[in-house]
Design a protein around this ligand. Structure first.
Ligand code: CDP
Length: 227
């Protein structure tokens, strides 16, 4: 049987990782795993329980009782509740990087992420996939774009989804998360030594998808289906 292939896509906030990862996974018939959605769902649970996401002890206390499911079609469930939309709201975005900096919560999420990648080919996106979650991933990509490009993309995406934010708020959120994500003690955002850097500042979605498919084909010899 052909060996499973795992593709790790890491990078800073709103670099377009999930859009590209989703399309690449669909073209290759791989499973897409959005690890950020898991940290977002945990953040939602902490806020919903009336706890303080800036308190590590309070947030950790929910580890045994939070169940997160990434369902087919991109839906996200937290303790059985459909939180797909709620986890994109500014309150969650503004607090998720605190939650993601707590080691015990990360270990619980990483455990789930590794299990999901065990028996199938996956495209997994996040911050620490190539460096920590799947250090032996067949392909590692570090997807970047300028802060302005990233903020513009996220602002447009929020508008399309009806999520109320101003452009200035999006810039501030992206910068704040980048700072916390790259300065935390445990598994911070960083480029793996064997990752290929891909700057998508001047690429369309389609061009980014093609660039990622080419990197995967070069690294693994996989034939990319017509698409
Ligand atoms: O899509 P966007 O770039 O806004 O972020 P995301 O992938 O949904 O991730 C939300 C947050 O979760 C990030 O800002 C990180 O704080 C955290 N995260 C992480 O620490 N490790 C991961 N593997 C994925 C996300």
């Amino acid at each position: 049987m052909e060996k499973n292939i795992s593709v790790a896509i890491d990078g800073p906030a709103a670099a377009g990782k999930s859009t590209v990862a989703k399309k690449v996974a669909s073209i290759l018939g791989f499973t897409y795993i959005d690890t950020g959605a898991m940290y977002r769902a945990f953040t939602y649970a902490v806020i919903k329980a009336g706890l303080d996401p800036q308190s590590e002890a309070q947030s950790n206390s929910l580890i045994p009782s939070v169940s997160i499911e990434l369902a087919e079609g991109g839906k996200v469930f937290c303790n059985g509740e459909d939180v797909t939309r709620a986890i994109r709201e500014p309150l969650v975005s503004g607090n998720v990087s605190y939650i993601a900096s707590y080691k015990e919560i990360r270990l619980a999420m990483v455990d789930m992420q590794r299990k999901m990648a065990e028996s199938k080919s996956v495209v997994m996106d996040g911050r620490d996939i190539g460096t920590y979650v799947l250090p032996k991933a067949s392909v590692k990509i570090f997807q970047i774009a300028s802060v302005e490009t990233r903020a513009e993309r996220r602002f447009k995406e929020n508008q399309e989804k009806g999520i109320p934010t101003t452009y200035e708020e999006v810039v501030a959120d992206v910068k704040k998360r980048d700072y916390i994500d790259s300065h935390r003690a445990f598994a911070p955002l960083s480029q793996a030594e064997d990752a290929v850097a891909l700057d998508t500042s001047n690429l369309t979605i389609e061009e980014s998808v093609e660039a990622v498919l080419k990197i995967i084909a070069d690294k693994t010899g996989l034939e990319v289906p017509c698409h």
